[in-house]
Design a protein around this ligand. Sequence first.
Ligand SMILES: C[S@@+](CC[C@H](N)C(=O)[O-])C[C@H]1O[C@@H](n2cnc3c(N)ncnc32)[C@H](O)[C@@H]1O
Length: 554
Amino acid sequence: MYSQNISEEELKNKVANDFFHHKIFNHTRIIGKIDFCISYDDKSLFHQINFLWAEAKKGNTADLIESFVQLILTIGKERTFEENLPPIFLGAFDCEKIAFLEWHEIQGVFSQNDFNWNVAPSNHESKEFLQLYKDIQQNIESKKLQFDFSHDKSQLELFIKENFTLINKNLQKIQITKNNFVYVYQRWHESVKPSISLDFEAEKPDILESDFYLADLLSHDNSTKEIMQNLRILLERESYKINLERTPSGRLNFSEVSFNDNQKAHTTFWAIYERPPEEEYWDYILERRDLLVPQDIRERKGSFFTPQIWVNRAQEYLEKALGEDYQDEYYIWDCAAGTGNLLANLTNPRNIFASTLDKADIEILKERIRNGTNLLENHIFQFDFLNDTLFDKACNNHQESFDEECKYCQKSKLPANLIEILSDEQKRKKLIIFINPPYAEASSYGGNGKPLVANSTKTYEKYLSLVGGNAMNELFAQFFFRIYQEIDGCILAAFSKLKYLNSTNFITFRSAFQAKFLKGFICPAYTFDNVKGSFPIGFLIWDTSVKENNEKEK
Ligand SMILES: C[S@@+](CC[C@H](N)C(=O)[O-])C[C@H]1O[C@@H](n2cnc3c(N)ncnc32)[C@H](O)[C@@H]1O
């Protein structure tokens, strides 16, 4: 069909313009020394999706099998498939004909390790070339799909239309790993989120956009159920199910959310990415799902995550302060655990307890246990440390005799063995409250109709008169003071701002909070993701069984 006299370059341009002109194709990309590449045209992709890598020859005398062998030697020499997603097809063409071969038909060739890939691919006489030709000739011959540019034009066009698409099941999809899951979320946010029929703004912060992404990501055949049943949102084929009886704010008037475009954007998007990701990444993705939550919401809940380097150092300092057997000799309770970052790598789960505000975090913690995290499921519980009661609390009617049936009596959410530790003075001395509490301040809230978090807690009300409003405006100070008052004698090992040591706002707090400083270190706030500012964050270990006046010590 094309003139025999045109150069290889011109031939490539003509083939690209005549057959791969559709806007979804990019034919300008150069990958290594491969003559002709057709990829999916989306520059925002993390990895390019490739449809075709081909060898081109001018004239009409090319033996297409030889062209395929040359192409395979080119790819094998450069190991192009290690840095790029392999294409659906390899191809070979001259001015008369074009042939395609599905990648998976020959990919085994690249794993032969006794083959010398270092030869010049264009030398058709080399020992390696001839050997490869002999080895794969028959396979190529029987599997290749060949078209004559003139006689088979319409069949060729149809073949390209049907096979060069994102829904080709042989398409090599982009793998999602711990390195790119946030990036892929941003792409999802642009492409899929607008097609979900929900007013996300109105539902914040109860229902997050990222929960829908996680449902999509951790699913197989459009179903989250087989993989992970505890996420807040589950994907069930053509719609999402809200997997919550109540949202944290108590209201929930819908249980299903569908798509406004017949799931078109969703299908196109997930045709590109492989899901679910490899199981080895699930734990990490769930643990770091905070990275997907918009800044304002994370700040409202005071959540950010302690970087692993500071978790490790904190555990080293616990060992320095309490001895190398501290994990066996002490109980540990993280009562602001989030998804359990601080407790990573601790070795004695029988002595460890974890509680946190969000039920969803608890579900994730439990999921992590099922994936191997060294914690006990019955030592993990939802608990609002600033509002919930530590011990069973009888109502006015029942006075001292707590009544399980009475709706005004408050039942403790703590496991019985933890209540036992809290109730025993000696055991309390063997309890480490190991926390990185939320740092939100009451003064940062109240605008835009958002709740005032810090000064609406029971702890605030209870201890306001003892330590004053300035100190109690800080959530971390409320944690500290409740611990100091109600878990007297324990070891408090906590990350926090250092205001409580040096600010004049904390003078009353300091005279009331009397404890012995054991050990600690300071790290810059900017090393914590999602914390703004250049203030120091301290990790200080206090023995609250020894009363020392820190106002004077200062
Ligand atoms: C700074 S994050 C620390 C999370 C995790 N322990 C870490 O170090 O990565 C504080 C955690 O405390 C939780 N939290 C906030 N208020 C709480 C409360 N009243 N009771 C219990 N947990 C709370 C937040 O949801 C968040 O997960």
